[in-house]
Design a protein around this ligand. Structure first.
Ligand SMILES: NC(=O)c1ccc[n+]([C@@H]2O[C@H](COP(=O)([O-])OP(=O)(O)OC[C@H]3O[C@@H](n4cnc5c(N)ncnc54)[C@H](OP(=O)(O)O)[C@@H]3O)[C@@H](O)[C@H]2O)c1
Length: 271
């Protein structure tokens, strides 16, 4: 049974590996015996991440790259190919909301800053599509691979204040289904494309809208917990198993799926 879920020996490219979720998944992947190419835009968090992965006994390299720059991604692909010859798994983790793209509680939509809208939609959507083009090509050549994208609860029903993030994540869900279909129709059943849709996890990007300066829950947090049947926020490590499943042979007939990991948030009407 364990073999069915194994990712041992697989080469995984993880974008945004210097961040919170990318770090959690990268640590999990090396402990499961995967080889990790950690990609991030800044050298410093990447160096810290790679040192951490090596300390865990992992086979890992860090490569500075920009998920919004095709030439940069091509260079990353060359480094990975030179090191391991192939890519088995692509995890598109770089992304997230940006403070400037969150509307204030009373701020009218028509005052939204266009520059912030463009940043957040581009980073999340294009920052997923471009790596799929570069690493998906390597997978198509071998007719083998698994891609996991990161959607969100914002793609299921409207979340107030985060229009750009919501639109981009909805785009990621749709693109996941589109690319799953494209890959299977053109290259057969060896390439699968899925997404996770995390519920609510307290991270650096959303801490200020979920936790008051005195440590208590904000009104927004109280609404989230009220609509989460499990009555708590998630722990970021609770995403690891879902990602591993989607990358493993256990999911070999699973493609085009957006898997909620949300304590029941998306299942519950709130009534
Ligand atoms: N944390 C949560 O609670 C939560 C919940 C649901 C979903 N998610 C999703 O999980 C994903 C990761 O979130 P996170 O909390 O781990 O975010 P994070 O800690 O900010 O990590 C994202 C990483 O990506 C890097 N990055 C930004 N732009 C990049 C680019 N153009 N090319 C390459 N790397 C780039 C960031 O670098 P900089 O720091 O320099 O910008 C950062 O190191 C996002 O898609 C987010 O929407 C997170």
């Amino acid at each position: 049974m364990n073999g069915l879920f194994s990712i041992t020996g697989k080469v995984a490219v993880i974008t945004g590996a210097g961040g919170v979720l990318g770090g959690s998944i990268a640590r999990h992947f090396v402990t499961q015996g995967a080889k990790v190419a950690a990609l991030d835009i800044r050298q410093e968090p990447l160096d810290a991440r790679v040192a951490e992965l090596h300390a865990l006994g992992g086979d890992a390299i860090g490569i500075v790259g920009n998920v919004l720059d095709m030439e940069s991604l091509r260079q990353v692909a060359d480094v990975v190919a030179a090191r391991w010859g192939q890519v088995d798994i692509l995890l598109n983790i770089a992304g997230g909301n940006l403070p400037g793209a969150t509307l204030g509680v009373e701020q009218p939509f028509h005052e939204m800053k266009i520059a912030d809208w463009e940043k957040v939609t581009t980073l999340n959507l294009n920052g997923t599509v471009y790596p799929c083009m570069i690493f998906g090509k390597m997978m198509a050549e071998r007719r083998s691979g698994a891609i996991v994208n990161v959607s969100s609860m914002a793609a299921y029903a409207a979340l107030t204040r985060v229009p750009g993030y919501s639109v981009a994540k909805t785009g990621i869900s749709n693109f996941t289904q589109w690319l799953a279909t494209e890959m299977a129709l053109k290259y057969g059943d060896g390439i699968r494309v899925n997404a996770i849709a995390p519920g609510f996890f307290i991270g650096d990007q959303n801490r200020s809208v979920l936790i008051n300066p005195d440590g208590s829950l904000t009104d927004r947090s109280l609404k989230i917990i009220a609509k989460t049947p499990m009555k708590r926020f998630g722990d970021i490590a609770e995403l690891n198993g879902a990602v591993q499943f989607l990358c493993s042979d256990a999911a070999r007939f699973v493609t085009g799926v957006i898997l909620p990991v949300d304590g029941g948030f998306s299942a519950f009407s709130g009534v």
